[in-house]
Design a protein around this ligand. Structure first.
Ligand code: HEC
Length: 191
């Protein structure tokens, strides 16, 4: 290959690479109307919260077959009792004092990833955070954006009770497991 042909070939290769890079960097899909992306994100979050059953525990009445849509996701006073003590499904509406309105979308996403509540304490059972931790960033942001968009409801759920403590209200107690459900130890597995 003479010098000029070689330079010409390199130029063509460079041009192809540059246009491929420009194509890759260009925004995909049609440009959304102002606010359209945000609306679609919140709608996706609403869908995920619905199909993942967050309201089962977090919307009053749901476990009794009558979800109160007017107080959607505002937390419950039904206690969940187990070796962790007694926990209560918290107020997920954006009320700044009693809900999660004080936190940013990023802080809420981080809590799903790590299993630590946005205030830095562990998310006790039966909050199914390990399932959420496996979701994509996009889905977790959609969930957090949706939670921050619902009607704020002022409702302070009871404080968690440490193991051994008591609570005057109703509790669902997770009993000692039957043999089939008992956590397996490595020794039991090896037989
Ligand atoms: C089986 C019941 C149950 C389900 C289902 C459930 N949660 Fe929870 N959630 C809880 C409980 C109980 C707590 C409180 C844990 C604690 O205080 O340590 C909690 C806490 C939280 C918190 C922390 C709030 C705060 O004030 O720090 C967030 C956020 C949350 N849940 C979001 C969700 C989302 C989103 C879903 C659906 C994907 C969901 N939860 C499904 C029971 C549940």
């Amino acid at each position: 290959m003479n010098k000029h042909r070689w330079l010409g070939t390199m130029f063509v290769i460079a041009a192809v690479c540059a246009s491929a890079l420009a194509w890759a960097a260009a925004p995909k899909g049609k440009p959304a109307a102002a606010g359209g992306d945000k609306a679609a994100k919140v709608q996706r979050g609403e869908y995920l919260v619905h199909i993942m059953g967050c309201g089962d525990c977090h919307t009053p009445g749901t476990l009794y077959g009558a979800p109160d849509t007017d107080r959607k996701l505002s937390g419950s006073e039904l206690g969940w009792k187990g070796p962790w003590g007694i926990s209560f499904a918290r107020n997920l509406t954006p009320d700044a004092e009693t809900g999660i309105g004080y936190y940013s979308e990023d802080e809420i996403v981080q809590s799903f990833r790590t299993g630590m509540k946005p205030n830095g304490t562990p998310m006790l059972p039966p909050m199914p955070w390990p399932n959420l931790a496996a979701a994509t960033d996009e889905d977790l942001h959609a969930i957090a954006a949706y939670l921050l968009s619902v009607k704020p409801v002022k409702h302070a759920v009871p404080e968690n009770v440490p193991p051994g403590g008591s609570w005057a209200g109703p509790v669902i107690e997770i009993p000692a497991p039957p043999a089939w459900d008992a956590p397996r130890t490595p020794a039991a597995d090896s037989h």
